[in-house]
Design a protein around this ligand. Sequence first.
Ligand code: WT7
Length: 635
Amino acid sequence: MSNYHIKHLEEYYQVYRKSVRHPENFWEEIAEEHFVWRKKWNSVLEWDFSKPEVKWFNGAQLNITENCIDRHLHIRGHKTAILFEPNNPGEEARHITYKELHEQVCKMANVLSEKGIKKGDRVIIYLPMIPELAISLLACARIGAVHSVVFAGFSSTALSTRVNDCGAKMVITSDGSFRGAKTIDLKGIVDEALKECPEVKTVLVAKRIHSDISMKAGRDEWLAPLMDAAYGDYPPEIMEAEDPLFVLYTSGSTGKPKGMLHTTGGYMVYTAYTFKNVFQYREDDVYWCTADIGWITGHSYIVYGPLANGATTVMFEGVPSYPDFGRFWEIVDKHKVTQFYTAPTAIRALAKENLDFVTTYDLSSLKVLGTVGEPINEEAWHWYNDHVGEKKCPIVDTWWQTETGGILISPIPFSTPTKPTYATLPLPGVQPALMDENGQEITGNQVDGRLCIKFPWPSMARTIWGDHKRYKDTYFTAFKNMYFTGDGALRDEVGYYRITGRVDDVIIVSGHNLGTAPIEDAINEHPAVAESAVVGFPHDIKGNALYGYVMLKETGESRDRDNLKKEINQMITEHIGPIAKLNKIQFVNGLPKTRSGKIMRRILRKIASKDTSNLGDTSTLLNPEVVSEIIKEVL
Ligand code: WT7
């Protein structure tokens, strides 16, 4: 039996039981057998959730890039590590081999080091999905600098806040980016942001769109000539297992963004292990995750997890709708992609379009499909299963968070029977608990509660950069000796987990606990509905009542609105019960979304309760314009 690669359900249960009974032995075996360490650990795990403090492989030394690159050179030096697919389908894809990746990363490591970046320094990376982005992360890791990637769709204010919060001395960016038919002036945004960031001494600029930009003398430098002149080898900096690897910002329910700090050894072991199992990765696979490296999904499952396994990982610069809605499927066909990992929001958007966009292409190379980021509704699950996977590819609904570093709950393909809308079972080493409002664990099956994790896993965030107290308050205070996820979940009769959504999205109507996700699922089952969001608003008698924002499909637009409202409530009644019927329904042209595709329910809640005075910062939204449209209709 191999702990490292699970192949059937019995084996999963055996491995899982072992991982819970003897977590240290379990992770120690994996760490020992599958990675290169410069020095062995003194202890596998030291932890105390009351502080909270967690140390994995303490005392061990390593460099993560040696594990992601160097050790592959003699066996797969000429294999493609990164397969870059440009925004414009007319531009040729680039195959960067492990050998080339090694050279590029070493060159950039030399550049960073010549610019005075040392172990422990923070470097902000604000780049589009071009190879320089992955290379920058790895170059930082090579020299022991702490990278902090800011998604290149964030505004200058969002960027300067993050630069200052982590005290970065350097920013790596590009002249601009391509996104579908548009170009974006990234350098202009950086210039604007850096007016507020006196500590930044150097800006390295990659050339991508060849636009005419201004370079500030003494601060800005083109990256390419520096890379050309740099030496192509750089000895990996020897890091402690618990040395910081990166900071990645995630929005909190209140206040400024939280810089989640991830460390080196445990993060490497966990992302590599979960990549291998959740995607059932094999040597000749071509794996594609459509996320942006600006999110944790890209860090763990485009860069570190795949490369630690010597995989070929696709990096796509563009968008699913350019030049048309068939782009994803064209790429799958062209590169013979074997694992495809995307977000439910993308699936829903593509499912709205003509099926010809899918059927034109040969998707027979696909073996495993994945989703992440939000609950996937049944309709989208079935569309994905029927039309993309052609009913032969298991769908892994992977639940995790920026804070968790890696996937915690997910089916293992070909082992765990899937069930639509269920993330199913905890991965080995993960010990979930459902808690009630009084802080008691709810045991047994067919129950629901607040989702906590009661034992450390190797890739958990260790703190919030510069604010350990906030880390403790946010995650370790609500439930004693537990990591609180902020999500609600139910456990069905066989122990499968279904994530019901953020606990802050649970609405209590007449004393009944209602999750927004199942109601939205029911609404979305209506053939005229494309997408919906449900929030609560204060109600005299019920305490809270439900408000539904509903976006119609093109085919639904001509329908009578009053009839539609009746039918939607009928749908809900059928799926959940009359208690979940909506008090108000508003038809909208779009729902406000974050850049990662999550519906901003906070804003919708405020509008529903007619409190539009202080909507907070809407500048980081994907589509801020829909907010004013929605308000106009209400008032
Ligand atoms: C929140 C974390 C993990 C990378 C992308 C998002 C929600 C995530 C699922 C899923 C239902 C999910 C949770 C979680 N979420 N995956 N498979 N099913 N909900 O990372 O931005 O840190 O968001 O996303 O609510 O708490 P994130």
